[in-house]
Design a protein around this ligand. Structure first.
Ligand code: NAD
Length: 483
């Protein structure tokens, strides 16, 4: 095992070293696939946070990244990418055990993390300002400056790739970063520190701390020593963070939840819809912010679509993530209880379980892959994020009705249109209220395509070139040449 986990205890990556945290506080991390313990994790408290903040500030003031030749900063990031690939096998197994996700999905996370560093590393020397014409008496131009210390709070569903999604552009722009890992699966993310260490990232530039959200997370976002907050997680936590950020007026980026709808028209290719549904709601056991958690289907193909979706769900293999099954467990007993309760409420209010509908009675935290049919679009299950392998089918008759239904929640993360009619696809893409619209393939796009929400799904965009500008602020320099 690596330096951060050598005696069953995962440590904090604090200013280039591995630290045990404060007061001997620990959390036990368990394997959702069988409920067995994976390891303990040392928790950072007030003192460790203070040291991380101090080190991050000192690194920024020294210009460890910000004053580095931008092309060298880019090279450093390429080295980080290589080191992430170097720890990927060990890290993916750890991630699989602590999160329950499949081993192949865990590998995907490390690969994606490496790609974020390559992608944003390539931009480190391309953050160019503009010259603004004010006539012959002035020279006026803009420069982009890093914020300083970026506080980044990460959720448990994709801890490694989401952390890299924010860390890489922040570093490319020259910021110092403190990451607060998620308490349910903190270890693979902490292990990213090993890659940073091996790539010789200056000590203090990045710290990765383990802690409870309401304790360490709340302290971090309230701190006046933080220059920027990047939050990815649920709406209630995002709202709490925005309130905390109001007092010191800290800029905050919000990447929140979703209740995303696929709209399948009468000319949709059902094979395409089914393959999209399989990844859209069963990948990572549906614990994906942009999951296909609603499927609105034209009435003429609705019965066939529901039947095929139920057959798909019933045909999924189920098992421990290490065996790469079609369906993995959800993250915790609490998560499973919440999913099951919401599904039970939906069934009581008239929805029909075409497949699944309850937990699977087996070791670990498994929800049966569930297709709910005839779901009332105004009901709780159609309005609230479920975050499990459960989707809601509802029929529609007209295009206008379908768009209104798809747009009829407080969220607006992604949406999808399934049709062979190009004009209809464009109309749908224009009218759907979402940060990203997929046509004929759920989860189309990648690290270079901007991603983010509308409404309660948040604001700001991650991924792509655009996201780099979350991590800089514009300064205008106006020079009089009049003498
Ligand atoms: P969560 O809001 O419970 O926790 C997210 C993080 O916030 C955790 O690290 C937690 O410890 C921390 N936290 C909790 N309370 C805090 C506080 N008061 N101050 C500071 N930090 C605090 O979310 P979760 O259950 O970990 O993740 C699932 C949610 O994340 C879902 O709603 C999902 O849609 C959303 N998500 C969004 C995106 C996106 O890009 N839009 C991506 C992944 C997940």
């Amino acid at each position: 095992m690596t330096s951060f986990l050598n005696d069953g205890l995962a440590r904090n990556f604090l200013a280039g070293a591995w630290a045990e945290g404060d007061g001997g506080k620990r959390i036990a991390v368990e394997d959702p696939g069988n409920g067995s313990p994976v390891a303990d994790c040392a928790l950072a408290g007030e003192d460790t946070l203070a040291r991380a903040l101090e080190a991050a500030r000192a690194s920024f003031e020294r210009g460890d990244l910000a004053a580095m030749q931008p092309s060298r900063r880019g090279q450093l990031m390429q080295r980080i990418a290589a080191e992430i690939r170097g720890i990927a096998n060990e890290g993916a197994e750890l991630l699989c055990r602590e999160s329950g996700k499949s081993l192949s999905a865990a590998h995907d996370e490390f690969e994606e993390a490496a790609q974020y560093f390559e992608y944003y590393g390539g931009m480190a020397d391309k953050i160019e300002g503009k010259s603004i014409p004010l006539g012959p008496d002035y020279a006026d131009f803009t420069v982009y400056e890093p914020y300083g210390v970026s506080a980044q709070i990460v959720p448990w569903n994709f801890p490694v790739s989401i952390a890299a999604r924010s860390l890489a552009p922040a570093m490319a722009a020259g910021n110092s970063v403190i990451i607060k890992s998620p308490e349910l699966d903190p270890m693979a993310l902490a292990m990213l520190g090993v890659a940073l260490e091996r790539a010789d990232v200056p000590a203090g530039t990045v710290s990765i701390l383990n802690g409870i959200g309401a304790d360490l997370g709340a302290r971090l976002v309230q701190s006046a020593a933080v220059d920027q907050i990047v939050f990815t997680g649920s709406v209630p936590t995002g709202q709490a963070i925005l309130r905390a950020a109001a007092s010191p007026v800290t800029p905050a980026l919000m990447e929140l939840g979703g209740k995303s709808a696929a709209v399948a028209f009468e000319d949709a290719n059902l094979d395409t819809l089914m393959s999209s549904l399989q990844s859209g709601i069963f990948y990572n056991a549906g614990q994906v912010c942009s999951a296909m958690s609603r499927v609105l289907v034209h009435r003429s193909i609705y019965a066939e679509a529901v039947e095929r979706a139920a057959a798909l769900a019933n045909g999924l293999s189920v098992g421990h993530g290490l065996d790469n099954p079609g369906l993995t467990p959800v993250i915790s007993a609490r998560q499973l209880d919440g999913i099951e309760t919401l599904v039970a409420t939906a069934r009581q209010s008239g929805a029909r379980a075409a497949s699944g509908g309850a937990r699977l009675e087996r070791e670990g935290y498994f929800m049966a892959p569930t297709i709910l049919a005839d779901v009332d679009p105004a009901s709780r299950v159609a309005q609230e994020e479920i975050f499990g392998p459960v989707t809601c089918f509802t029929p529609f008759d007209t295009e206008a009705e379908a768009i209104a239904m798809a747009n009829g929640t407080d969220f607006g993360l992604v949406a999808g249109v399934f049709t062979r009619d190009l004009a209809r696809a464009h109309r749908g893409a224009n009218r759907l209220r979402a940060g990203q619209v997929f046509v004929n393939e759920w989860f189309a796009g990648g690290i270079s395509t901007p991603f983010g929400g509308v409404g309660k799904s948040g604001f700001g965009r991650e991924k792509g070139l655009e996201a780099l500008y979350n991590y800089v602020r514009t300064k205008n320099i106006a020079i009089s040449l009049k003498g």
